[in-house]
Design a protein around this ligand. Structure first.
Ligand SMILES: NC(=O)c1ccc[n+]([C@@H]2O[C@H](COP(=O)([O-])OP(=O)(O)OC[C@H]3O[C@@H](n4cnc5c(N)ncnc54)[C@H](OP(=O)(O)O)[C@@H]3O)[C@@H](O)[C@H]2O)c1
Length: 361
């Protein structure tokens, strides 16, 4: 695959808030002279970020083995050099290992990066996982740990990773509000919480971002959460924008997954056959546009709303460049409407029911 010639300077210089414009992929076009710069920053609270970020979870080994630190530092630096200035990590990834990698990688350009991390779990003295905790004292303690591992004195965006089911949203928001006042974080976000939780937290202090799973296959967030984010001015950060790799076309009917993907209902053998119909549709549409399925899928997400910032996760420099290369594909309103009609006619299996945004968090 040819490398993209786009630089961060090109990216920033050409930034206008111009809806959905994504660079046509070097991989798909095979000609770097056709590459246009990324063209629109997106807003998350007080931040202006590249239209896609980089998810750093799998660097710590979730869908794959834990990856070597040096190689992952190179992936992050390559992302930065190519215009991606929004990094997503969490204390629980590893635990701690992903944040350590990110902290090391961004040292030369910390102030030019928008750094997002997540807290909300507790760990025993050996670093072992000990459950969820959204209590204000846990949040405060966790943020201090994040700051240390990320080698920074402020976190641009700190999310509650998962609600513990006991701590009221108002207490969570109160803790983050205090941390903002103290200058330890700039913005706060929530992840995989219910509409009621979002509203309660927002009433105490404005929520800057909601991070939940969203892709062309898993669309449950469209029912209530995306409209609520739009109403309240909250940015939406889809995790799993490539449906955990499914939309890249890297799996076939005989794939057996290791690690966490094996438990995901929409990837189970009994559901895959149905879901491959959606993938076939994505592949066909991508071919029409001369981009890869991953590029097309990211562009489709970006086209849904101007406040959406997907964070595709990768541990692989070629995949990174391919994903960035999704960023100059645009759709007309008619194309978007036709796509919507088509995907609604394809039955997908193993995805979340609409009411799950209230109960299955
Ligand atoms: N808030 C939450 O609860 C939550 C939950 C899960 C994830 N996240 C965040 O969201 C980020 C992204 O989500 P995700 O990792 O679950 O799903 P994803 O981004 O949809 O998919 C990631 C998977 O796709 C593969 N991939 C990426 N680009 C590819 C390409 N161009 N070609 C082939 N394979 C490709 C990656 O493998 P390679 O490494 O081989 O590229 C990886 O296995 C994570 O890194 C994490 O930061 C948040």
């Amino acid at each position: 695959m040819k490398k993209s010639s786009i630089t961060r300077r090109d990216f920033i210089a050409s930034s206008t808030l111009a809806g959905v414009s994504v660079m046509l992929g070097a991989k798909a076009l095979g000609n770097s002279s056709n590459i246009k710069p990324l063209s629109s920053l997106r807003k998350i609270g007080s931040l202006e970020v590249s239209p896609i970020g980089l998810g750093c979870m799998n660097m710590a080994g979730v869908y794959n083995e834990r990856m070597p630190k040096e190689a992952m530092i190179q992936v992050i630096r390559k992302a930065y050099e190519n215009g991606v200035d929004f990094l997503d990590t969490a204390e629980v990834y590893g635990p701690f290992y992903s944040e350590e990698i990110v902290g090391e990688a961004i040292k030369p350009f910390r102030n030019k990066i928008n750094l997002a991390t997540k807290v909300g779990f507790s760990f025993n003295s050996n670093g072992g996982f000990a459950g969820k905790s959204s209590r204000p004292d846990s949040i405060r303690k966790a943020v201090d740990g994040c700051l240390q591992r990320l080698q920074t004195d402020v976190i641009d965006l700190c999310y509650l990773h998962r609600a513990d089911g006991h701590t009221p949203a108002e207490d969570v928001a109160g803790a983050f509000k205090d941390l903002i006042k103290e200058g330890k974080i700039k913005n706060y976000g929530l992840s995989e919480v219910s509409p009621a939780f979002i509203k309660s937290a927002h009433s105490v202090h404005p929520v800057s971002a909601l991070q939940s799973e969203y892709s062309i296959l898993e669309r449950v967030m469209e029912h209530e959460v995306l409209p609520l984010c739009e109403e309240l001015g909250i940015a939406f950060v889809p995790w799993g924008p490539l449906t955990r790799g499914f939309l890249t076309g890297r799996f076939d009917k005989n794939t057996t997954y290791g690690f966490r993907r094996a438990q995901v209902p929409y990837l189970r053998k009994e559901n895959l056959e149905a879901n491959f119909k959606l993938l076939d549709f994505v592949k066909e549409k991508a071919l029409e546009k001369n981009v890869t399925p991953a590029q097309w899928s990211l562009a489709w997400l970006l086209a849904q709303k101007p406040f959406i910032v997907p964070i595709p996760g990768t541990t692989n420099e070629n995949h990174l460049m391919e994903n960035i290369g999704g960023l100059n594909l645009s759709f007309t309103q008619n194309e978007l409407a036709d796509i919507r009609t088509s995907i609604e006619a394809i039955e997908v299996k193993g995805v979340r029911a609409p009411e799950s945004v209230h109960t299955n968090l």
